[in-house]
Design a binder for this molecule. Structure first.
Ligand code: VGL
Ligand code: ZN
Length: 216
């Protein structure tokens, strides 16, 4: 893997966490991540080599407070002050039950042992798979993963600088050993957010690897 994490053999405590491989984040989607579909074959291949796989879905009500459409006079990608801190406003995306919220058709979601939905409360966003954007309301995922005996989490998916970044930080804080598979992620890259995300991932104590470093 890398010098600081020599053990690239996967074991029963290892889980691949696939973040938000949904149509709205793909090229042509409502909140397209550039080149986002390029990670799908990579993640499918990785998933075959993992003993455990889980996936997340961004899952918003149609009037979600993170949507610019809910803030008259505000444009998408602006920042507003929410009760829990700064919140970026997004185009409407991943509305519950829509085709935009569905997984990319080529993603082998059947490999996932759990699909965790997040961002379903109108008034608060949830980038992280572990906590909502107040950084304290839990999704229950850490408890689930610990109860299943998983100790090392590998992250892949979309977007590097939002949902992957925040999930990685929370996973580190929750005491997991964390690995980010860099080339199995793509970024939105808003005002330098990709560089900030990679710095935050390193600062949190995660290891960064490439998919070729892993079996599968
Ligand atoms: C995401 C912005 C809004 C993500 C989700 O999956 O990274 N980004 N909702
Ligand atoms: Zn969202």
């Amino acid at each position: 893997m890398t010098a600081d994490s020599p053990n690239n053999a996967l074991g029963p405590g290892d889980c691949l966490v696939v973040i938000d491989l949904q149509n709205d984040f793909m090229p042509g989607g409502a909140l397209a991540v550039p080149d986002g579909d390029a990670v799908v074959p990579t993640i499918n291949r990785l998933a075959q080599g993992f003993p455990h796989v889980i996936a997340t879905q961004d899952w918003h009500p149609a009037d979600h407070a993170s949507f610019a459409s809910q803030h008259p006079g505000q444009m998408a990608f602006a920042t507003v002050d929410a009760a829990y801190g700064p919140q970026t406003l997004w185009p409407d995306h991943c509305v519950q039950g829509t085709s935009g919220a569905a997984f990319h058709p080529d993603f082998d979601a059947g490999a996932a042992e759990l699909v965790l939905r997040k961002g379903f409360r109108r008034g608060i966003d949830s980038y992280s798979a572990f906590t909502e954007n107040d950084r304290s309301t839990t999704t229950g995922l850490a408890g689930y993963l610990k109860a299943r005996g998983f100790r090392r989490l590998f992250f892949a998916g979309l977007a590097t600088d939002f949902c992957v970044r925040w999930s990685v930080e929370d996973a580190c804080a929750a005491g997991f050993e964390v690995v980010l598979i860099e080339d199995a992620c793509r970024a939105i890259d808003l005002n330098g957010s990709l560089a900030a995300a990679m710095a935050a991932v390193h600062a949190a104590g995660a290891t960064v690897v490439q998919s070729a470093d892993l079996p599968g």
